[in-house]
Design a binder for this molecule. Structure first.
Ligand code: THU
Length: 126
């Protein structure tokens, strides 16, 4: 299964009864392991967690620390990029990672996090 296919499969597990906006993410680590995530919403709305953060936190909790790329899948013609909160978390754990956006129709776009999130705040400022 490709990383894009893994993100599309993860999307099917989304718990999105409020927005009905389903997202999947698949994060590949340096050992080739793939860590997936979907968005998990909550009735309080504000406690909802994006697919990207679920994938990253799952990976960290399983001991993975170095990552090479992440695929993000949503059902939008204009490919869905990670939100601001996810960009910050991606920067913390993945640095200038390759980001592959995709949709259900096979469209893809490959970016770098530094292009989406310039001049990020990180531990180098502390
Ligand atoms: N969402 C993600 O999971 N990732 C993104 O990149 C954009 C937004 C989720 C959060 C919420 O559950 C739903 O999509 C609508 O914002």
């Amino acid at each position: 299964m490709t990383l894009i296919e893994a993100s599309l499969a993860a999307r099917l597990h989304a718990h999105a009864p409020y927005s009905h906006f389903m997202v999947g993410a698949a994060l590949e680590d340096v050992d080739g392991r793939v860590h997936t995530g979907c968005n998990v919403e909550n009735a309080t709305y504000g406690l909802s967690v994006c697919a990207e953060r679920v994938a990253i936190l799952k990976a960290i909790s399983e001991g993975a620390r170095k990552f090479v790329r992440i695929a993000i899948a949503a059902d939008t013609a204009s490919l869905t990029p990670p939100c601001g909160a996810c960009r910050q978390i991606l920067w913390e754990f993945c640095g200038d990672i390759e980001i592959i956006l995709t949709n259900l129709h096979g469209a893809t776009e490959t970016l770098r996090l530094s292009g989406l999130y310039p001049r990020a705040f990180d531990a180098s400022y502390l």
